[in-house]
Design a protein. Structure first.
Length: 190
């Protein structure tokens, strides 16, 4: 039997934080309890978590508050995760070097670097990027989930690329279910 894939705890920590920003602490706690996710109240993870826990939270949220509201929460959660990564995980020296590069080269250097640790956010899924025919990022979510989960990655990549590659970066997402997977394609422009 294989070991369940794990992802970073910020997937849950920042999603709960985004909920608290949107709804306030009391309403968030009531919401988490009502959707069977009350175990996160005052007990946020501090280590890698099984990806199933994040996807269960996403699925329960979408069922309770709807796709649009969940998409907004997950996008903010991704933005918060990017801020954490910039503050704690991506070395300052690397950030300074990447910011000095032309946008296209900065995109390639940054995504090459994060591809080495892509499992921390892709879990059992796959991560890829290319610069031709245009800069793009792909995350293939293979764990059973809902397409709304792609907004988490959208928020993360948008915030990271705006900080490290070009402040004017825009991303056009194409998030869809393909068979049993969710394919999240992000066309980047800067």
């Amino acid at each position: 039997m294989s070991t369940p894939s794990r992802i970073g705890p910020n997937s849950i920590i920042q999603t709960v934080g985004a909920l608290e920003t949107a709804y306030g602490r009391q309403r968030t706690e009531e919401l988490l309890t009502s959707i069977g996710q009350g175990h996160w109240i005052g007990n946020l993870p501090s280590e890698m978590v099984e990806e199933s826990k994040f996807h269960a939270l996403v699925t329960a949220l979408e069922k309770e508050i709807g796709e649009s509201a969940t998409a907004g929460i997950l996008k903010e959660s991704g933005e918060r995760t990017a801020k954490y990564l910039l503050r704690v995980r991506i070395p300052g020296a690397f950030q300074k070097i990447v910011k000095l590069l032309p946008s296209g080269l900065a995109f390639k250097a940054f995504l090459f670097a994060i591809s080495k640790n892509a499992w921390t956010f892709a879990g059992s899924g796959e991560f890829g990027y290319a610069s031709k025919p245009y800069p793009n990022i792909t995350v293939r979510v293979t764990y059973p989930s809902h397409p709304v989960v792609g907004n988490f990655y959208l928020g993360t990549f948008t915030a990271l690329l705006r900080e490290l590659v070009d402040k004017e970066t825009t991303i056009r997402p194409d998030i869809r279910k393909e068979g049993s997977a969710i394919v999240c394609k992000y066309a980047c422009a800067f």
